[in-house]
Design a protein. Sequence first.
Lengths: 302, 812
Amino acid sequence: MTSDSRRYLDPRVLDRIEGLDLKARLVVEGYISGLHKSPFRGFSVEFAEHREYVPGDDIRFLDWKVFGRSDRLYIKRYEDETNLEATLVVDVSKSMEYRGGGVEHSKLDYARWAAAALAYLITQQQDAVGLVLFDDQVRRTLPTGNNPVHLKNVIGALDQAAPGPTTGVAKALKQVSEALRRKGLVLLFSDLLDDAHAISEGLKAVRHRGHEVIVFHVLDRDETTFPFERLTRFLGLEGTDDVIADPEALRAAYLAEVDDFTRKVRRTCVANRIDYVPLDTAEPLGTTLSAYLAKRDARRRR
Amino acid sequence: MTPLGAFLHPALLATGAAAAAVPVIIHLLNRRRVRPQAWAAMTWLLAALKKHQRRLKMENWLILALRCAALLVLGTALARWVVSDSALSALARPRRSVVLLLDTSYSTAARDGARAVADRVREEADKVLASLGNDDVVAVVVSNDVRTDRSGTRPQLLVPRAVGREGASRARAALGSVRPTEARASWPDALAACAPKALLQDEDVNRVLVWVTDLQARDWRPPTSRGGTDALRDAIEALRREQASIEVVDVGGRGNGVLPNLGVTDLALSETSDVFAGQGFEVVARVVNHGTRTVDGATLRLFVDDAPAPVRTVRAPSLPPTDPTTLAAREVAVPLPVPRDVSFRSSGAHTLRVELTPPEADPGADTLGLDSRRVLALDVRARLRVLVWAQASEKATFDPVEFLRGLFVGEGPGDVFELDAVRDEEGLRRALGDPARPPGFVVLGNRAPRSAETQRDLLRFVREGGALAVFSGDAFDHQAFDAAFTAVPASRLLPFRFAAPETRERRDAPWALDFGRETAHPMSKAFVSGEARFVQSAPPRVFGRTRLLPADAPSTTGTSTPPPGRAADDFVVLRFLEGDGSQPGPVAVAEGPSGLGRVMYVATALDDAWAPGAILPFYAVLLNDGALAMTRTSSVGRNVAVGTALRASLPKDATAVRLVIPGRGEETPTVRPAPTEEERPEVVHDRVGTAGMWRLVYERPPERGTTTARREEQAFGVNPDAAEGALVRANVAAVENRVPGAAIRVSSGLGEGARVQAAAAQSELTRWLLWAVLGVLLLEPYLAMRFGRHDARAARPSPAAERVADPTGGAS
């Protein structure tokens, strides 16, 4: 990883780069590719065949029984190991269009970059990736695939996603869980501006189908600091009535609400073995993703 | 002041009230200038609002109220809120503003044993000053100016507004100059001088007038006439309006309220208004006993000028005590005859002085010495030289010159007149210019000067102060007289002219003189209601006359109209009766000033040709009284009370004018020039503060044939106000209730200023209000921060945001 490539990971630089695929490439190649191994692996335990060991293979998968009988090194291969199906579930509701002061990209932009980067990463390791775009319901679905053309389609769909009216995370998650036939990895990119209980139910439903779930909670810095000072008329992006409030007076109460919501979501995630990854649109995307992926990789090694 | 107090700067209170609206206005304006903000996380915002809306509203209102209150309280503090008689006043430290009013009238010279009342005045004043604190304000006023050259009834600001102990020290030093003056106190003037608006400043609260006085009853009596001006009440009410309470400290006499005292209230000539050199006369002294028991054996001594020995010593009759009910003193008149042998030897300014001494057995009957002496200034007259140029009428039975000689001369040493007669006009002219025998009174009978020289000399004689009487008659050339002395205003003697002679036959009814109607002229009184009423019993019968007509309104038939600028009675001594005798008719006798002299016109003859019989008694009175009155130097203002102004007219040629003041020597007074030709220069000394004989001395040019300037003088008797000698103290209840609602308290001593402290019921809350403002200013940001209105909170992210910023710890 060079310093030049790191430079492209700054969201302000990514803002100026056109083309989502290029951005994904930069994120992955500029940072994530430095990892020792891809953190995403198949989790099927169904044995498929032996393969002769070549240097570089993970010695954890050596078949020691065969080595004892034949004095030759073989690697055990499982049926789904190389057929991970990851589904990117991206919230394209109106609320994701919010863009706070100090940044030039919206939450949706940031979610697109993250989703595209992970799609690129997954495709690169020969796994399949699919896409679901939703607002108050699923708007578009791309089935999983692992060829470059498919990746291009996924990135193109992300790039062209138009914001829908409202957020309906729980409903979308239920639809996704019903649509996915095989167990796989579900990566949710959303601001989760929905009822916490409903979200919890949606996440549980996905997990109940045997999918692994990672929640990328995309929030703008404004939404976590509420930095406004003067009396403000807040115009709801998703059709709610306008609210006039004194931000200074309301800040503490608002932040308490945010804290309470995130705590509930986090508690749900922990209880259901779901990874919860908060994403701040003001932070460098590569740093955030790589930190999470490194942590995930380390956890799998234990 | 209301129970809620008053504001020294009400305008600032209004400003504060207006300023209190500013936060509300800003709040409303801010509500209109709402900043729009697209927002995604409405769920959380609405949840926060729903949970905290009520509390937020309360916090908003609380902060808004605090901001408004800060401005309102600041305005109230700057408006200088002064409260009284309420619990609030106890909050503030009472800063006192004391005006000390000290009695320096001459009654404080009274001695009660070894101490004078004035000593107690100083002691009590010293106690008040000793009680003052560092923030207290004091000013000292004395009722009578204690400076010897300025003492009188006017008050004096002894120490202007001074602050703290330094001011008190200055005031205590000034107390050394406090002494009894010789004037009475004019308390309304003194109270006006103590007015807080003149002495104090707006921030001087707890205004107390400490009035140290001997509490003489006379000072506190309301006016006797119903509806009369009550100057004392007005002055006290003015103080009350300026929020000053009044503490009267009584330093007067003994417990029974009366200090005994003897006094001479008046000394006056008994009968005549004139004292002639070498002639005997009589004066009357009025003495009074202000004590509570009869005094027998007091002595009156009469002194002439500065002679050390009295010319008369008289034992006063028994002097009755003051009426115990009315507290009114009873005067006793003591006649003091002055025989010729001890009378004044020379004419001019002289004085008489009477002194009353208590009986040897009861020296304590007189505690105040000054009012036991009295001075009377007199202008002792020299003999009056009368110059007559008269001719008998054709039908007269006697020569008028002889009549006058008999009237004025003949008593030998007792004569006060000398008479010179001239035969013709040339003789008149020479006599008028004779410096050796200057005439004082010229009588023209049936004669009028025709030569211009004589007319000019006669006019000059009158203008320079001489007296002239002109009688008409059958040979009186009224046209020549009027041409010379009436037609030309510059040489006019009186605003009348003589009409043509008119006569009646003796069988007809005579013209009667109107003795039943008194005019404004003082000589009229003698004929109508005075000593010469005997003339009425045998009224003169007049068959010939030359009526006196107005000089500028010639008429041959009507009655005289008053000259412009004067009422007719100013000149008219007597009139003829008109018609059936019931209506006033033409002027018969007119008299009045002309230049510095005086002139009398009589419309009939000086003999009995036109008025047979009873005209002589009438002329005797008219000429005798007229000659004395017309040549008398005005004695008005020669005897004045201490504290009043001294006024004196000077001859026009007077120079080197000096005023000799008892105890102070000579001073050069201010001489006001005569404003018109007919008036004299005048000396006015408006601060006569010392009793005794004052002399106005001046020089006049040498007379013809001499080279030495003449030294002349006028004497003035200056006496204290006789009523000031009444040392009876006022009733305390009467004093305290003298002006309802004025909160006057009377005590016999302050007792280290305790009462002054007690009177300090007003307190200014400024200091406390400013503390309140500071408190509000500190509380408001604290609450603003506490309620989340402070900017510092804006940058603090939520815990969620903190975890986002640290992604390595954020994953589950």
